[in-house]
Design a protein around this ligand. Structure first.
Ligand code: GAL
Length: 373
């Protein structure tokens, strides 16, 4: 009897013992420590995914311990995976430098790096939100780098405020010619109206527009877009890139003016563009938002908070960064969010959840452990 019980226990437990020994993960556990191939918590925050030749590459902010850990002390980190559960550390894709004359000097801010593949040049193009060392978040630039390999090293080309001297496509003559009083008091009805009308676009017309939280999107026709929080984080800009993906083409629109959206993440589904964003509360979580459009340049229709259930009002303690279309699984997407830990940034956690849909409306529910079906 006792012997039988031992045999039964062995039959039940063996698969778990084998799994534990091989160290291979076969599920997502949002919010928990996520060990890489060396057993170290993945260090790729504010990340984005590139799928290329059967391999997923996860690029993100390399954070460090303690105060100052949110600054770029190392650079952009990259991991690779074929199953999305198990990630190999591929090292630093774009390293910061010690030359104080370089804009990517150690101690600047490099956030939300995203990489896309350019078919024309057979190379990889990295863009990232870039703030200059010692200048807080005032520069609001976007930086670009290129590499012949998905794992780098990426060569830094420069950083800009997008589209200097160029008006948005959806800006009227009246908007272009409007003038606004200096130092309007923020958040008054007049100020909100002025923001909607494009006060900050006019202000930044000459020098180029602000670009903070950003993402990239490549459409079916090969056109690539840089989507960023502009106008003091109050209005999103969707800006087309040129054929090399290394510069702005000059075609861009403002969407959801004065909507105060950041952390944009976008997919194309059933011919429509679906976007998830957050509100603007720094490292603290807030309710996510969603929107849909038939053309990437809009009009965009707001669909509200995609989250349902406990924790929905704080996006399950996370902020959007990317949505992964899962290869070989039509209409299957994974929401990627960050649970920031500003006091010890390296301990930031990853909230990956299946992005479900109710018709056209994206839905996010909490699962403490789940797998791709
Ligand atoms: C958040 C933004 C993050 C980071 C942070 C800094 O709003 O989404 O990427 O910039 O602010 O406070």
């Amino acid at each position: 009897m006792k012997q039988n019980l031992t045999i039964i226990m062995l039959i039940i437990l063996t698969p778990f013992i084998i799994k534990a020994q091989s160290g291979k993960a076969d599920s997502f556990r949002p919010g928990e420590i996520w060990p890489d191939d060396q057993g170290i918590h993945i260090n790729a925050h504010g990340g984005g995914i590139l799928y290329h030749n059967g391999v997923y590459y996860w690029y993100g902010e390399h954070k460090t311990e303690g105060p100052g850990g949110n600054r770029a002390n190392v650079g952009v980190q990259v991991y690779s995976s074929t199953d999305l559960y198990n990630w190999k550390n591929e090292g630093v894709a774009m390293a910061v430098v010690d030359d104080e004359n370089s804009l990517i000097v150690r101690g600047c801010v490099i956030e939300r790096p995203k990489v896309i593949y350019n078919r024309k040049n057979n190379n990889f193009v990295l863009w990232f939100h870039h703030e200059l060392k010692g200048m807080g978040y005032t520069a609001a630039k976007t930086g670009v780098a290129v590499s012949n390999s998905p794992t780098g090293p990426f060569q830094y080309l420069g950083s800009i405020n997008p589209n200097p001297g160029i008006w948005p496509l959806n800006f009227t003559e009246e908007q272009k010619n409007s003038t606004y009083p200096d130092n309007m008091k923020s958040w008054t009805p007049e100020w909100i109206q002025a923001v909607k009308d494009g006060m900050f676009v006019v202000r930044d017309h000459k020098k180029g527009q602000m670009a903070r939280d950003m993402t990239l999107f490549v459409d079916d026709d090969g056109k690539a877009y840089h989507i960023h929080a502009s106008e003091e984080n109050l209005t999103l800009h969707i800006a087309e890139l040129d054929e090399d993906y290394t510069a702005f083409s000059g075609r861009y629109v403002r969407i959801l003016p004065a909507g105060h959206n950041e952390a944009p993440a976008i997919i194309k589904r059933n011919g429509k563009y679906v976007m998830i964003t957050s509100g603007c509360t720094g490292w603290d979580p807030n309710p996510a938002r969603s929107a849909i459009a038939s053309h990437i340049f809009g009009p965009w229709q707001e669909l509200g908070n995609p989250c349902i259930g406990e924790g929905a009002e704080i996006t399950f303690d996370s902020q959007s960064t990317y949505i992964i279309p899962v290869a070989g699984k039509p209409d299957y997407y994974i929401f990627m969010g960050d649970r920031w830990r500003p006091k010890n940034a390296i301990d930031g956690r990853y909230i990956w959840l299946p992005l479900e849909f109710d018709g056209d409306k994206p839905i996010l529910r909490w699962y403490s452990e789940w797998s791709i079906p």
